[in-house]
Ligand binder design. Structure first.
Ligand code: LLP
Length: 419
């Protein structure tokens, strides 16, 4: 999404220096056209069968971004009452919302039942029992899918691999039929589908297609047991290029799915997040200080004004994000660790990067649109950064920088009267 031109670095028609000057740093910058073209790419890849895309809100839940998806006809995959509040507040049709997650609280279930969401992806027997009792109490019928844990290795980072039996997610295949029977016989529940999400940042189609095979087998067994299902939710997880790895091949995936489901009366649901927004966003930061090592074996640090509080992925998953200096210099390149101001040695954004840097230089940290701002924190009492959406030559601040006053307000409330 970052384009180098003779007169600087651009996102769409906007020069990044201009955003840094007008909004300050650190700041998230997203490209509207890139997000939408990724959505269109998926839509064409899946055109040969009936499908519904439910954007995984957790990847980037900014309201203006959710609105883009809603206006483009996408539904939403949510994992909390908070995310439900977000999608409803941009006018999402509740029937296009699916609720995933292993720990749905009673108040969250009630909220979703009253809103009339499209489906609950249930992850355990205990949750099924709770959902049925809440639905009964509220006089509703809860649409349900069971999230199946097919014990398939998504071959991704262990923290974001969810389809192996040692993970906390889903119901083992061996218990599925029994639980479906229970759901089907409960008047407060209506079985609508089967769900599966085996992990995130998946590079190959094979594990996902293997999971689809398992779900098709389960669907056939359920049909024989007199429990028809109308949709299969194949989850999200399509990997993107952070370094040199190829993007997940959605076209090949679409072709393979089309072959497997030909002739079946089924809608396929998908819950991608990262695929749309990951490479549609960057984090713009400024070098505060350079601390070159005294000898060639000492480490050299570039201290920037973004930190693990903005982008925790490098610290948490050893994730790689490309770093691009936005100006050229006559300085020679040197191997730098790019670090933030937070008081932790784990506070780094990149290690061992050969870059020519000067103080005050702007840096773009790429592929930061997914699981970036949403995972940010106020650690070290750092107000959260602004977010900007670029569309053509238009810049819109879609979340202004948090102020210290806002950050402290809910704690000051409890001091009132005691000071
Ligand atoms: N559906 C479910 C049930 C999920 O748990 C997730 C992601 C998705 C869909 C969307 O997955 P995606 O298409 O975005 O890969 N913080 C980590 C990623 C955690 C993913 C959690 N679940 C990271 O920064 O890589």
């Amino acid at each position: 999404m970052l384009e180098r031109r003779a007169d600087g670095f651009f996102v769409e028609e906007v020069q990044l220096d201009h955003i840094a000057e007008s909004v300050g740093t650190p700041v998230w910058v997203y490209s509207e056209n890139q997000i939408m073209s990724r959505l269109q790419r998926l839509q064409s890849a899946f055109a040969a069968f009936s499908y519904q895309i439910c954007y995984a809100v957790k990847a980037n839940s900014n309201l203006s971004i959710l609105k883009l998806f809603k206006d483009a006809g996408a539904g939403f995959d949510i994992v909390s009452g908070g995310e439900l509040e977000r999608v409803l507040s941009v006018g999402a049709d509740p029937s296009t919302v699916i609720f995933s997650g292993v720990g749905k609280r009673t108040d969250e279930i009630d909220f979703a039942l009253k809103a009339g969401i499209g489906c609950f992806n249930v992850e355990s027997e205990a949750e099924l029992v709770r959902l049925a009792s809440r639905a009964k109490l509220l006089g509703r019928v809860a649409p349900v899918s069971l999230r199946i844990n097919p014990d398939i290795d998504a071959r991704t980072h262990p923290y974001i691999s969810t389809g192996l039996k040692e993970s906390k997610f889903g119901v083992p295949l061996s218990q599925a039929i029994e639980l479906y029977r229970r759901a089907a016989s409960d008047p407060a529940l209506k079985v609508t589908g089967i769900d599966c999400h085996i992990g995130s940042q998946i590079g190959e189609t094979a594990p996902l297609l293997e999971a689809l095979d398992e779900m098709l087998k389960l669907r056939a067994s359920l049909e024989s047991a007199g429990i028809p299902v109308h949709h299969l939710d194949l989850g999200g997880g399509f990997g993107i290029a952070y370094q040199n790895e190829p993007d997940f091949d959605v076209e090949a995936y679409g072709r393979a799915i089309a072959k497997k489901v030909r002739g079946l009366d089924l809608t396929l649901m998908f819950e991608p997040g990262r695929f749309f927004v990951g490479n549609s966003g960057l984090l713009l930061t400024r070098v505060e200080y350079l601390k070159p090592g005294a000898t060639t074996t000492d480490r050299s640090f570039a201290v920037v004004d973004a930190a693990m509080t903005e982008l925790i992925r490098p610290a948490l998953y050893s994730a790689y994000h490309e770093i691009v200096p936005l100006a050229s210099t006559h300085e020679l390149p040197r191997v730098w660790d790019i670090v933030g101001p937070v008081c932790e040695s784990g506070d780094f954004l990149a290690k061992d990067r050969s870059l020519a840097l000067t103080p005050d230089m702007l840096l773009a940290i790429l592929s930061a649109g997914a699981y970036g701002s949403v995972q940010s924190s106020n650690y070290n009492t750092r107000p959260r950064a602004a977010e900007v959406l670029v569309s053509g030559s238009e810049i819109r601040t879609i979340r202004r920088r948090e102020t210290l006053r806002e950050l402290l307000a809910i704690e000051r409330e409890s001091l009132q009267g005691s000071l």
